[in-house]
Design a protein around this ligand. Structure first.
Ligand code: FAD
Length: 408
């Protein structure tokens, strides 16, 4: 099912870009996205087509923060039709291109960036390892400087699109790290001798994007290192802000699609002589979903404007939005699925796809628990006004000395 963007009276740059994304998506044909889901991969021609239409270039031409409205439009349009392609495009654009644009310094890195922008080369991101993904300080992959370059050795697990990408951006530590966050970023070509794809994982959702594991023991040239050594974790943390915002955009689009379909269904479906939309339990629940989604959409726009204005990503606020959006959109889509009755549970309707695809948002790009910790770390700060008021209230906090009245 393709889904045309809603028409607006005053077209913005974001609307024009949205229509361009939608045009590329409609070129794939009605059944293509379902085919990718069945095959467990999105062919590399799909992100290549987005690149070929200049969509990655345009996302980045006004800078990382300046291009956020286009990023939001890209994620939203793709997510309406394919969660898998949305995941592929997000990793390629926000992590791989984002890293090359920010940190690229050598002629071969510049040339790789050009290829990535045009979709001739597709990249993905390998941070997680079998022993864990939340604590990246525990990375075990090593990068050892040797004559002629770097020996990169390790295993990376749960890499989205590793089956169809050309490069993976790998987070690795030196043989003898000076401290636990002494990590660096490396560009690893997936067809390099010494890289093996160990296999893929069957997942709850996002079936159009493979998720796999690789093991490698390779010798790479000096300029496989991206950016300065030792601060790869800081780079990755910054890049993840863009991924988190992209996930929020995907979530709002998935919830909006589910809600519009649920309302349309509730207007058509009759029980006796009444539409189900006229049942108060359904009507009020859908209204409540709409209200919740408007709040998420407004907050997303606010954060995009804030980042554009300051030229800086508001890290705590983005994490807080992803935390809220993951949980809220899960609830909204679940409610919409409910009102479809058995049809909602059937693969003949897109509700089940949206329901399972959005669950990943509470794990990928930082789990709910990790993001809660991050938001909480921003709370634990000195607040002179509130601290002073609490101190004064505590000083006055005593029982009042009115007349003692006892019944017994
Ligand atoms: C479909 C899919 C695609 C993915 N794609 C990629 C990818 O492209 N690249 C990549 O690098 N990774 C990817 N991942 C991995 C993902 O980022 C990790 O799954 C995630 O970071 C969590 O790591 P983990 O699975 O090892 O869980 P763990 O880190 O083992 O966590 C287990 C549980 O403990 C909780 N926990 C961990 N630390 C804390 C803490 N400090 N306080 C409280 N609770 C805590 C977690 O929230 C979680 O509930 C993908 C995962 C999936 C499922």
């Amino acid at each position: 099912m393709t889904w045309a963007p809603a028409l607006t009276r005053h077209e913005t740059d974001q609307d024009v870009y949205r229509a361009e994304v939608s045009k590329v998506l409609s070129s794939f044909g009605e059944d293509t996205f379902a085919l990718w889901e069945r095959e467990g991969h999105t062919p590399r021609e799909a992100p290549a087509a987005l690149g070929g239409a200049g969509l990655f270039r345009r996302r980045w031409e006004d800078g990382a923060e300046g291009g956020l409205p286009r990023l939001v439009a890209m994620c939203q349009e793709i997510c309406r039709v394919s969660g898998g392609l949305a995941l592929v495009a997000m990793g390629h654009s926000e992590i791989f291109i984002g890293a090359l644009r920010w940190l690229g310094e050598t002629p071969s890195q510049f040339s790789l960036l050009e290829d990535a922008l045009d979709g001739r080369v597709i990249g993905c991101f390998g941070a997680t390892e079998p022993q864990g993904g939340s604590n990246l300080r525990g990375v075990r992959t090593t990068a050892i400087a040797e004559d002629g370059g770097w020996r990169l050795k390790g295993t990376k697990r749960y890499i989205s699109n590793v089956g169809r990408a050309d490069y993976v951006l790998v987070l690795a530590k030196p043989e003898k790290p000076e401290h636990v966050s002494d990590l660096s970023l490396f560009l690893l070509p997936l067809d390099h001798p010494g890289v093996s794809i160990d296999g893929f994982f069957d997942t709850v959702g996002m079936h159009g994007c493979d998720v796999g594991q690789i093991t490698f023991d390779v010798m790479l040239p000096h300029d496989a290192l991206l950016g300065r050594p030792g601060i790869g974790l800081l780079y990755a943390t910054h890049l993840l802000q863009f991924e988190r915002l992209a996930i929020c955009a995907q979530l709002t689009a998935a919830a909006d699609t589910a809600l519009r379909l649920a309302v349309a269904y509730a207007r058509r479906r009759t029980l006796g002589d009444q539409r189900i939309l006229d049942k108060q339990a359904i009507r009020h629940n859908l209204a409540s979903c709409r209200a919740e989604l408007w709040n998420l959409e407004s907050r997303l726009s606010e954060l995009v404007s804030l980042a554009q204005r300051n030229g800086k990503m508001p890290a705590h606020e983005i994490s807080a939005l992803k935390l809220t959006a993951g949980e809220s959109t899960g609830r909204i889509i679940d409610t919409c699925m409910q009102f479809f009755g058995a049809r909602g549970y059937s693969k003949n309707f897109p509700l089940e796809r949206l329901w399972r695809d959005t669950r990943l948002a509470r794990l990928g790009g930082g789990t709910d628990e990790v993001l809660s910790d991050l938001v909480a770390s921003g709370l634990d700060r000195h607040d002179p006004e509130a601290d002073d008021l609490i101190a004064r209230l505590e000083a006055l906090d005593a029982p009042h000395n009115g007349p003692l009245v006892r019944d017994n």
